[in-house]
Every structure is written in structure tokens, then in C-alpha cells.
Write a protein that binds this ligand. Structure first.
Ligand SMILES: Nc1ncnc2c1ncn2[C@@H]1O[C@H](COP(=O)(O)OP(=O)(O)OP(=O)(O)O)[C@@H](O)[C@H]1O
Length: 408
């Protein structure tokens, strides 16, 4: 388990991380979210002992990283995939890391297979694409078969197949009871990968809860209602009736109505009483992205101004709609705000009440990994060796990566 208590980091006048307390538990993928510059990488560096906290502390299994016994075998991390000696081959890079940590050389070939780089293992990494570099960084993180894994933006630059592979890998690692802490800006991916979220803004904790709780705490359920096209009077009649009944009605761009504050059966009854036919009445919940945008909109440091393209942009014709804004932004009532909780962080879960009742009960992962990985000496992530005539499961390496490796 990773535990931060009152973690604070200042660089001169700049407070990058302030009074951050959280736990990252084993047996789950914990997503680490926050806008650019919110302090995610700084926090990860402090977890790994690469930066010293100005105040507070962070421990792994009860020890600060520098005092952790046999740290490279216990903790693996991908922080910056570009931090590789480009003149070295992928295999030599991993061999150096393995030798430094007393890890046997055969493990290098195992992890190269796990990440799908076996065919380019002897190519110099400076010729690697962004995605191949990410795979090499993930291989380095897996090298010591660690119980605790940190990944900073692991899917950066990966193609859809690579993204799916990382998703399954993270889930498999967590299902084996490992602690998996992963930052990403890809909300849709995080929604599919993570079980739990830690969200920070401007270095401070904004949320520490399950994805499900995060979405329901930061967005109100709403109903979408559609009256017959071409009969605007029905739409207006329904709007008045719903508003009178205490509902909050907002028009959607496609002509439907978005209603909060009334349950679906009540909306149906009101429409019936008003003699309004419905073409649609459906329940909806905001996505993780919408909930995240809503929560962090006040903590964004870098926001684009509208590019006016002075002299280039045509004024909108009368009656034309401007493009839809980013969900939540500038629309205070789009989703009902969550009620603030008493004391402390408005969105933080009480300590010890997370959704981890079942944590530590590993399930077989998608790789068919045994629950005690490596107990039989096997590599839990290795993809099954394809039968001789079959194509490899990983995408083939680009054809131009054929330069011979430096003799070393
Ligand atoms: N070595 C440093 N010296 C001075 N300021 C720093 C240093 N490292 C980080 N910062 C500042 O601390 C803040 C947090 O940066 P950090 O890189 O941790 O954010 P982040 O959440 O990882 O951002 P991103 O999502 O863009 O990677 C930023 O304002 C950054 O400029």
C-alpha cells in the first residue's frame, strides 16, 4: 500500500503539492487524475524518493522509498518513457537495469515478451516510436515483478491495440493483489481501467473515491424527453408543466429536453396529464469525463482563450447556434452540484470506507495469471507462445527499424 500523509512540496514560491493525504490500496487500479500542472508527477516522484517532501511523508508498505528493503524488487515505475539511453538496445537497457537490481537476465527476455518488443529487442531504442518507448518503459517497471506499480501516463502514444493491452495488463496486475497507481488524462480509458480515483487540483486533494461514487457525486442523474418533431407547441406545453411541478428543464441541441429534479415516472405522469405524446423518455448519467470536468473546472491552470481568428471568422448568421461548450463549463445548472459534506474535503471519502471490502481477493486476470504469480517460476504475464505457423499477437515492428545495434 502507498500512503501519503500531509504531503507537501514547494519549489521556491511555487507550491506544487499541498497537504495531500491518501492511500493507494492493493488489489485495485487507482487512477490519479488532475489538470496539467496539478502535481501528479511531483507526487509520484516523491513516492519514489526522487524528490523530497517539504512537509509530510509518503510511504510504501510502511517505509519511505529510500528505506524500503530491496526497493527495485518491490516497486516498479514508469515515469518518463524517454529516460532511456537511445544508443542502447531495448534488451541492453533492461539488462543494465536488471544488473543494477540483482535481477536475473532471463527476466529481461520475459518482460520483453510481455510488452511485445521481443522482435526489436536488439534494436537501438532511439529509433523507437512513442508507443514502443512506452512499452519499453512498462517492461522496465515490470522487471522486478513488483507488488507496487506506478505508471505516469502509460498509454501516451499507444495505438488502440496498445491501449487495450495496457488496460488489461493493469487490471491483471491489480487482480493479482498488486497495488497499481496510474495517472492519465484519457478519461474514457480511465473509466474502463480504474476501480478507484484520486483527483487533485492545484496540488490539493479534490476526491478520493470509487469511480461510481465519483460520477454520482459530481453529476445529477437526468432524464431526456423528446416530444414529436414538428409539434413545438407540445414541447412548450410539457416544459411549462414540468417546470410547474418543480423540474428543471433545459433544451438540448437536438430538440430534446434535459430534465433534472423529477423522477422518470413523475415525468411520464405529467406528460400524460398534459396530454403530450412522448417519443423518448430515458434515464441518463453523466460520463466520467463530464463529472471530472465539473469537479476540476475551478482548478485548471492552463485554459485556452477562444482563437478569434480576427478578420477570418464570419459572424454567426441570425438564429444559428454556436458550438456546444465543453460539458459543465459555464453552465452552472447543467448538472446539479453535489451537496458539500461536513468539514474537510468536500468530496473526500471518509478514511477506511472505500469500496475495498473485497480487496485482496485476487481474481484470475485476463492473462490467465495464477493467483500466486511466479510461484512456479513462470512469468505470469507472458503471452502464450503462438503455435509455429501463427502470426505473433503483438503488432510487428516498423519495417525501418533494421539498423544493426552498436557492438557492445
Ligand atoms: N523541479 C521543479 N521546479 C519548479 N517547479 C516545478 C518543478 N517540478 C514541477 N514544478 C511545478 O509544480 C507544478 C506541478 O507540476 P507537475 O509536473 O507535478 O504536474 P502534473 O499534474 O504532473 O502535470 P501534467 O499533467 O501536465 O504532467 C507545476 O506548476 C510545475 O511547474
Amino acid at each position: 500500500m502507498i500512503e501519503a500523509v500531509g504531503l507537501t512540496k514547494r519549489y521556491g514560491d511555487k507550491t506544487a503539492v499541498y497537504n495531500l493525504s491518501f492511500q493507494v490500496r492493493p488489489g485495485a487500479v487507482t487512477g490519479f487524475l488532475g489538470p496539467n500542472g496539478s502535481g501528479k508527477s511531483t507526487t509520484m516522484r516523491m513516492i519514489l524518493g526522487l524528490d523530497n517532501p517539504t512537509a509530510g511523508q509518503v510511504t510504501i508498505g510502511g517505509y519511505p522509498y529510500p528505506r524500503l528493503p530491496n526497493a527495485p524488487r518491490q516497486v516498479g515505475a514508469l515515469l518518463d518513457a524517454k529516460a532511456v539511453h537511445g544508443g542502447r538496445s531495448a534488451r541492453n537497457h533492461l539488462l543494465c537495469l536488471a544488473q543494477l537490481s540483482g535481477i536475473p537476465a532471463r527476466r529481461v527476455d520475459e518482460v520483453l515478451g510481455v510488452v511485445g518488443l521481443q522482435d526489436v529487442a536488439r534494436k537501438r531504442s532511439k529509433g523507437f516510436s512513442l508507443g514502443m518507448g512506452q512499452r519499453l518503459g512498462i517492461a522496465a517497471a515490470l522487471l522486478g515483478d513488483p507488488q507496487v506499480l506506478l505508471f505516469d501516463e502509460p498509454v501516451n502514444g499507444l495505438d488502440p491495440e496498445g491501449i487495450l493491452w495496457v488496460r488489461n495488463l493493469m487490471k491483471a496486475l491489480a487482480a493479482e493483489g498488486r497495488t497499481v497507481f496510474v495517472s492519465s488524462h484519457l478519461m474514457s480509458e480511465m473509466a474502463l481501467t480504474a476501480d478507484h480515483l484520486i483527483v487533485i487540483g492545484r496540488g490539493q486533494l479534490l476526491a478520493d473515491m470509487s469511480i461510481k461514487d465519483f460520477i454520482s457525486a459530481n453529476s445529477a442523474d437526468f432524464a431526456r424527453v423528446r416530444t414529436p418533431d414538428g409539434e413545438p407547441q407540445l414541447r412548450e406545453k410539457l416544459t411549462s408543466a414540468l417546470t410547474e411541478a418543480g423540474g428543471h428543464v433545459l433544451p438540448e441541441q437536438d430538440g430534446a429536453l434535459r430534465i433534472t429534479g423529477l423522477p422518470l415516472p413523475r415525468i411520464s405522469d405529467i406528460a400524460h396529464e398534459a396530454d403530450v405524446r412522448l417519443w423518448e423518455l430515458s434515464p441518463h448519467q453523466a460520463s466520467l469525463e463530464e463529472a471530472y470536468m465539473r469537479m476540476t473546472q475551478g482548478a485548471v491552470d492552463y485554459r485556452s482563450t477562444i482563437d478569434q481568428k480576427e478578420g477570418l471568422m464570419q459572424p454567426l448568421p441570425p438564429g444559428a447556434q454556436p458550438p456546444m461548450p465543453v460539458p459543465g463549463q459555464g453552465q452552472p445548472d447543467w448538472y446539479a452540484p453535489p451537496p458539500p459534506q461536513q468539514g474537510g474535503q468536500p468530496f473526500a471519502m471518509p478514511q477506511g470506507q472505500g469500496p475495498y471490502g473485497g480487496a485482496g481477493q485476487p481474481q484470475p486476470g485476463p492473462y490467465g495469471a495464477p493467483s500466486a504469480p511466479g510461484a512456479d517460476g513462470s512469468n505470469p504475464y507472458a503471452q502464450p507462445a503462438p503455435a509455429a505457423p501463427q502470426a505473433p499477437q503483438q503488432p510487428p515492428a516498423p519495417a525501418d527499424l533494421t539498423k544493426p545495434e552498436d557492438a557492445r
